[in-house]
Design a protein around this ligand. Sequence first.
Ligand SMILES: *[C@@H]1O[C@H](CO)[C@@H](O)[C@H](O)[C@H]1NC(C)=O
Ligand SMILES: *[C@@H]1O[C@H](CO)[C@@H](O)[C@H](O)[C@H]1NC(C)=O
Ligand SMILES: *[C@@H]1O[C@H](CO)[C@@H](O)[C@H](O)[C@H]1NC(C)=O
Length: 484
Amino acid sequence: MAFILKVTSLLTITLVLLLSEITSIVVVARHVQWSSATDQKKSNIHNNDHLVSDLPGQPSVDFQHYAGYVNIDETIGRTLFYWFYEAWSVPDEKPLVLWLNGGPGCSSVGYGATQEIGPFIVGTDGKDLQLNPYSWNREANMLFLESPVGVGFSYSNTTSDYDNLGDDSTANDTYAFLHNWFKKYPLYRTRTFYIAGESYAGKYVPELAGLIYDRNKDPNLFINLKGILLGNPETSDAEDWKGLVDYAWSHAVVSDETHQTIRESCDFSSNNTWSNNNCSQAVDEVLKQYKEIDIYSLYTSVCIPNSAYSDDKSQVMLKKTTSKMMPRILGGYDPCLDDYAKGYYNKPEVQKALHVSDGVQLKNWKICNMDIFNGWSQSKDSVLPIYKKLIDAKLRIWVYSGDTDGRVPVLSTRYSLNSLGLPIKRAWRPWYNQKQVGGWVQEYEGLTFATFRGAGHAVPIFKPSASLAFFTSFLLGESPPSHR
Ligand SMILES: *[C@@H]1O[C@H](CO)[C@@H](O)[C@H](O)[C@H]1NC(C)=O
Ligand SMILES: *[C@@H]1O[C@H](CO)[C@@H](O)[C@H](O)[C@H]1NC(C)=O
Ligand SMILES: *[C@@H]1O[C@H](CO)[C@@H](O)[C@H](O)[C@H]1NC(C)=O
């Protein structure tokens, strides 16, 4: 039985494994002990019209999955698309995890579900789906949401809805989505709930968690949120920028002179720093060098567009900005991988199976919507104040960082977290997966920070087995393995 795992942007490594070996690999990772149910109890969801039953190219599996629209506002026709995979076994005893990708404007289905942590990875032919043995629905019921409207299949019939999209409206809509989704899935209404995401979702996830925390004061609105998990997250603009330029310099992407100019002329905590020409020219030089390589994975070869990939996307997509605003860079990935997903999700039979169209009047699915990215109207400078609130509320907060990402590099995350000034509970040390150092971990009072050694921006693409093991530790609330 062959499983294809996409490991890097260009490399596709075929792992030919016997079924027994797969079982052993996955079992090596510690599993959360879900009571003693021995029978693989199936879903208790009945008669749900969003059940996906005939998805083209899908490998056969033992779990159920559901996809479709949940309306946010029926009068104006605003609706969000989700894809929900129940856990491989005993879904009733496992938590519910919402996964969000960033952009802003990028799809959690195109990235999270079908390139990173979902059970079905889109094949390089854009036709087949391959089973991902390290899917996170081994350990949790996984809900992927395309948000806000305009992303992926999500849309609004009121065009003015697209005009003022920002962090707050996205959090509001996602919050409304959750309540309406629970109406369709009442079994999950009181389930232990976590929110996870990467990149620009570094803003979405704490913002949504903060909103849930505030609204939970009303018992009728209570959602059983226990924690958040963030990967290479945009967190605080000033620290993120400082980390980006320092990382570029320390990884030999720019010269000493360019870095020195940045040190002398940039003040990233001031929105006016971009009106200083010396600063903005030096930062442009950093981004210019990053256009030559893959900013999201420094040591991966770039996708050289050929006739099969006609989209002329540059690696570093910058938002045009007035000199007073922080320029924003898309939290995106490799265009070669992205086009496989585009091919798959625009197939009539696929859209029909996922309940997004009748298979005749097709929706035009893209992995990232650049209009949303360019038009983003409101972004919080920093979500660190929300971290403080969530730490005080004793939510579990874990932050991880692939250490070969130049976009939201490990330095950005360290600068951000250091500024919280949290006391150290367990000091810096390696954590292990399959007898190798997966990365390093430091536990603070109220927050756990870990690195993934040799992983780019979208960590699970590079380190699928270590990611699943780490996710399992997060769900257990136990430190990642500290022995070989
Ligand atoms: C949007 O409009 C189309 C065409 O009238 C309709 O079929 C669809 O149900 C509407 N969507 C929502 C969410 O109301
Ligand atoms: C979000 O919802 C709150 C409460 O309903 C409302 O006051 C606020 O204006 C909304 N924000 C946006 C940007 O929609
Ligand atoms: C910008 O750089 C030039 C050349 O190094 C220098 O002469 C000038 O003083 C700098 N301007 C500012 C505002 O720092």
